[in-house]
Write a protein that binds this ligand. Structure first.
Ligand code: FAD
Ligand code: NAP
Length: 458
């Protein structure tokens, strides 16, 4: 009789694809499942782990990055291996992985941006928040991006926390950023910035803004940048007033109170201004060869409290600007061999089991942003991971064991493909080298911004 999966003799073999928060929480959960022996091999396409904690969270929010200490503890556990510098779907296929693992869990995040779907959005001068965030955080894929910061007026479309990150990095002085882990190339470019006005546009009103209180509160405190909120923009319709009275809407109420305080603030002249605009949707981005203006339509809100949508009023206005960041949310990237929900930009799934309208894909699971879409903070991925692991445990008796339960055999295959697999011990060498490099400029680390640099440090 064969040993059951999860037994001492035959541990459950799980491949975790992606090393962001959701991958680590799911790994932790699997390794802690009572009376279960599990081997988790975590694949990451970059040599460095931690996903958006390293490459998304803003450099001026260092405390948030401390969560990696928890992930390091997971990585130290028996039954865990990190296989960095391996991109699943490119360096090795999902089918090939199935030979070595009983279950494969996709924790690949949402790495692309949503489109606005309007004329001119791909003109030179139009960028995505994804590109800018990747660039200032030293992500190797975005190292070569160029943003023309010699322009005085910048527009940001979207009013989520990512839009606020972008505005903060553009609005802050170099002194406020120089002791963070911001990439050196970004700090140098920002030091030359001529940006004077940063306009942030929301399609709905101040009571519906997607950012959160802690993040908007910071906008009162910049050394050389004022935050402008016009009092007349804070007038609310009846439904919005009702929304803010709803006890379930405490976050938005707090946002609104902070916006009110910002609108009443008296300002000393400063080098830069961040200006909030509400109820405006971009309808066209214009320019012959380069962005030179954006046409907006003013909106009214329609619908019941809690369900209000922006509807164009027909009234238009335009803003002249040469630099635009679109920050209207993220979407996942399809992986060969897996179904993909193109409209939502996720792997279709039922509570984490990969499934489309035809079938449930036995042994394949999703977790985090690629499972539920690009919403929620780091901690949101914890209960999400618990749900996916629960599905795995329910499916356990019906899973087909893999043919080759052997990580060394898999590594040999990767070696044959000439892939230099980066272990967690290797990563710790990269980590130590980055911390060392940061010392001379008073930074917590100076990231390697090229894969070759990371591999060279091992
Ligand atoms: P990710 O963190 O994106 O991790 C996915 C990982 O999978 C990446 O490492 C990627 O390289 C890897 N990968 C992708 N495809 C493959 C493949 N084919 N093979 C191998 N590896 C692959 N939340 C907060 O609580 N506080 C913040 O301050 C905060 N700031 C944020 C700033 C930005 C700009 C963004 C976009 C989000 C921020 N969030 C913040 C939200 C938080 O980062 C997410 O909730 C969280 O990172 C989602 O985790 P994830 O594991 O699903 O995806
Ligand atoms: P988000 O919170 O979903 O915000 C997206 C913004 O884009 C919203 O203002 C949305 O408006 C707007 N939008 C969407 N489509 C649009 C369109 N076609 N035209 C105009 N505007 C449009 O997304 P995000 O900012 O990318 O953040 C993703 C997640 O990461 C969030 O959960 C966020 O809280 C989290 N995060 C957290 C932190 C932090 O904690 N410090 C930092 C960064 C990110 P509507 O509301 O009208 O749809």
């Amino acid at each position: 009789m064969t040993n059951p999966l999860g037994s001492q003799q035959r541990p459950l073999r799980a491949a975790m694809i992606g090393s962001g928060p959701s991958g680590f929480y799911a790994a932790e959960n699997l390794l802690h499942t009572k009376d279960m022996q599990v081997q988790v091999d975590m694949f990451e396409k970059l040599p460095a782990p931690f996903g958006l904690v390293r490459y998304g969270v803003a450099p001026d929010h260092p405390k948030i990055k401390n969560v990696t200490k928890i992930y390091e503890k997971v990585a130290e556990q028996k039954g865990f291996q990190f296989l960095g510098n391996v991109e699943v779907g490119r360096n090795i296929s999902v089918d090939e992985l199935r030979q070595f693992y009983d279950v494969i869990i996709f924790a690949t995040g949402a790495e692309k941006d949503r489109k606005l779907g309007i004329l001119g959005e791909d003109l030179p001068g139009c960028h995505t928040a994804t590109e800018f965030v990747g660039w200032y955080n030293g992500h190797p894929d975005f190292r070569e991006e160029i943003f023309d910061l010699s322009q005085p007026i910048v527009a940001i479309i979207g009013q989520g926390n990512v839009a606020l990150d972008v505005a903060r990095i553009l609005g802050k002085s170099v002194d406020e950023l120089k002791n963070t882990d911001i990439a050196r190339h970004a700090l140098e470019a920002l030091a030359e910035s001529k940006v004077k006005e940063i306009h942030i546009f929301g399609r709905r009103g101040p009571a519906q803004a997607a950012f959160t209180p802690v993040e908007i509160r910071e906008f009162a405190e910049f050394a050389d940048c004022n935050c402008i909120v016009k009092p007349q923009d804070l007038e609310l319709n009846e439904s919005s007033r009702k929304e803010l009275e709803d006890p379930d809407n405490a976050v938005r109420k707090k946002n609104y109170e902070i916006l009110l305080q910002l609108s009443q603030k008296k300002h000393e002249p400063k080098k830069r201004q961040i200006i909030f605009h509400f109820l405006k949707s971009p309808v066209e981005i214009c320019g012959a060869k380069h962005l030179d203006k954006i046409i907006f339509e003013k909106n009214i809100l329609v619908g019941n409290p809690g369900e209000q949508k922006a509807r164009g009023s027909g009234e238009r206005e335009e803003i002249r600007c040469d630099l635009l960041f679109k920050s209207v949310g993220y979407r996942g990237i399809p992986i060969k061999g897996l179904p993909f929900h193109d409209q939502w930009g996720i792997i279709p799934n039922q509570h984490g089991r990969v499934a489309d309208s035809e079938q449930i894909y036995s042994g394949l699971y999703a977790v985090g942003w690629i499972k539920r879409g690009p919403t929620g903070v780091i901690g949101t991925n914890k209960p999400d991971a618990e749900e996916t692991v629960k599905m795995i445990m329910e499916d356990l008796p019906h899973l087909r064991p893999c043919k080759t339960p052997d990580t060394e055999a898999l590594k040999k295959l990767l070696q044959r493909y000439e892939i230099r697999v980066v272990s967690f011990a290797d990563w710790k060498k990269i980590d130590a080298a980055e911390i060392e490099r940061g010392k001379e400029s008073g930074k917590p680390r100076e990231k390697f911004v090229k894969v070759s640099g990371m591999l060279g440090a091992i």
